[in-house]
Each structure stands twice: as structure tokens, then as C-alpha cells.
Design a protein around this ligand. Structure first.
Ligand code: PLP
Length: 288
């Protein structure tokens, strides 16, 4: 990969010159939040949604707003420009900062300012992913994350372990299950389709409120599709006509197998394909 230009606390610099303190609470305590915004045609997809969720995450954790918060759109655009990104992602992370020692107690926001880091991930062909044509396979794993999954924190160890369990099982991803019901994928929201009805778990603290989820459900309703926001089990998913996931970097991605059992015909279904098409088309139109 070419040397990227990244953003750290107000400065644009080459990635190998960017540094963070060893006392940063993101590093020591996973005391940080993040967002991933995709880029298509050199423009940001759903930026307003990501910015809004970021502010909510900061608020839920009582984390001070960094001074650059109002400039985030400009910073994203500048990184797109500096790195020549046509298709890819922008990763943004804000931590509570580096108080100069390790302490469980939050530092005084008067003396400790948040750390802000952004970098680009260049992904030519992101919207044309071959996986969208074949679909992906998932296994189920127990959901062993903390109980505030609605906050987009950088505590991603368990989702990372879930991906490794999937890899060990020879599949692409894992759906997490709690009290017999699917919560979500390791880094995406989970859906099934039964007849003309799209079913996805209701919002709550148990799942991340996906920005792509909100957009896809809006487009589905506008297209006169039925939407039911409720939980479903792995058994129900295996009996469904279709399944799919959504996320900022995967858009709408068909799921063709759950715990070794083919979903529907075992190939990507028409509802997921149509939603992917609408999502990409409408998002490109609204990109900034
Ligand atoms: N659920 C989890 C646990 C995630 O990590 C993500 C994205 O990273 C999502 C859902 C999808 O959210 P979004 O559509 O905002 O990318």
C-alpha cells in the first residue's frame, strides 16, 4: 500500500510519522469511539448519519467533544483529496485522550483533550464486490459482548474473535445469538426475508443502530416492501427465503448459508439484490 496521509489532532502527516501517546485511554482502556464512512465516486456516503451517531456515542460516554468536531466533514474531504480515494472508507476514532498516566477515573476534561485520528482505506471496486454475486456464509456464535452495543466503541475484541471462529469454520462471518435470538453480525446488522417481509432486530442497547440499516429500511418502505423490526432465531433464518447483512462498507450483502444450512435456494435472493441496487443508487445521489 502506498504511504497514506493521515490526520492526527489537527495535523495531516504521512502515516509513518503519526504518533499517539502510550498513555492514550483508547490504547489502555478502549476508551474511544469510532465511525467508518464509505467513499464512492470520491464522495462520502451518509456522512450526516455517521456524524450524528458519533455525537451520540460521545454523549453516552460523557466524552468531551473535540474542538475539530464541526470541521469533520472538511477533514474527511481533505483526506479523500490528499489520498486520491475514489472508492474506499474513512476510519475516524476519538478517544478520551492521554492524561499522562493510567487511572480508571476519567481525566479532567480541562487538562486532557480528546485524541482524534482519521485515516483512509483505499478499496477500488468496493461497490462491485464479487461477494455480492455469490453471497456469504455465516455461523452462529454466542454474543459475549458488553451490554451497550448501541455505542460504537473501539472494544472490538469479541467481534474480532467471532470473525476468527467464522474463519476457523471455513465461512465468512458470524451472527451473534443472545437468549436464542440473533442480535447482529460481528460488524453488520442481520436480516431475513420471508415472503414480501423484511425482518430485522428492533433497535435497543443490544445492537448498533446501523446507519446503513436506517437507510435500507427507509428505501424498503418507500418501495412498498413490508418491514418488521423484531428479533428472529437461527432456526427461523434457516427457514427464511433470503438473508442478508448491511454495513457502511458492505452495503447490502446476501447471506446464503447459516450454520451449514442453505437459506432459500442457497443463492442471493431478489430482495437483497434489489435493496443493494436501490441503496447504492440513492446513496451515490445523496453523497457529499
Ligand atoms: N453492527 C455492528 C456491531 C457494527 O460494527 C456495524 C458496523 O461497523 C454495524 C452493525 C453496521 O453499522 P453501519 O451500517 O452504520 O456501518
Amino acid at each position: 500500500m502506498n504511504m497514506r496521509t493521515v490526520y492526527v489532532n489537527g495535523t495531516y502527516l504521512p502515516e509513518n510519522e503519526a504518533t499517539i501517546s502510550i498513555f492514550d485511554r483508547g490504547f489502555l482502556m478502549a476508551d474511544g469511539v469510532y465511525e467508518v464512512t464509505s467513499v464512492l465516486d470520491g464522495k462520502l456516503i451518509d456522512f450526516a448519519g455517521h456524524a450524528k451517531r458519533l455525537e451520540r456515542s460521545l454523549g453516552e460516554l460523557d466524552m468531551p467533544h473535540p474542538e475539530c468536531l464541526p470541521d469533520l466533514l472538511d477533514i474527511h474531504r481533505e483526506l479523500v483529496r490528499l489520498n486520491g480515494i475514489e472508492e474506499g472508507m474513512i476510519y475516524l476514532q476519538i478517544t478520551r485522550g492521554a492524561p499522562g498516566d493510567r487511572d480508571f477515573v476519567f481525566p479532567d476534561p480541562e487538562t486532557c483533550t480528546p485524541t482524534v485520528v482519521l485515516f483512509t482505506q483505499n478499496k477500488p471496486g468496493l461497490a462491485n464486490s464479487p461477494a455480492a454475486k455469490t453471497g456469504i456464509k455465516v455461523i452462529s456464535v454466542a454474543d459475549q459482548r458488553w451490554a451497550r452495543r448501541d455505542i460504537k466503541t473501539v472494544q472490538l475484541l469479541y467481534p474480532s474473535m467471532g470473525k476468527m471462529m467464522a474463519k476457523a469454520a471455513g465461512v465468512d462471518d458470524a451472527w451473534m445469538v443472545e437468549d436464542g435470538m440473533v442480535t447482529e453480525g460481528t460488524s453488520n446488522n442481520a436480516y431475513i426475508v420471508k415472503g414480501n417481509t423484511i425482518i430485522t432486530r428492533h433497535l435497543g442497547n443490544e445492537i448498533l443502530h446501523g446507519i446503513t440499516r436506517a437507510a435500507v429500511l427507509r428505501f424498503a418502505r418507500e418501495a412498498q416492501m413490508q418491514v418488521e423490526e423484531r428479533s428472529f432465531s437461527i432456526a427461523e433464518a434457516q427457514e427464511a427465503d433470503e438473508a442478508f447483512i448491511t454495513s457502511a462498507s458492505q452495503f447490502v450483502m446476501p447471506v446464503v448459508e447459516v450454520d451449514g444450512k442453505a437459506v432459500g435456494a442457497g443463492t442471493p435472493g431478489p430482495v437483497a439484490a434489489r435493496l443493494r441496487e436501490i441503496y447504492l443508487e440513492e446513496s451515490r445521489k445523496a453523497a457529499v
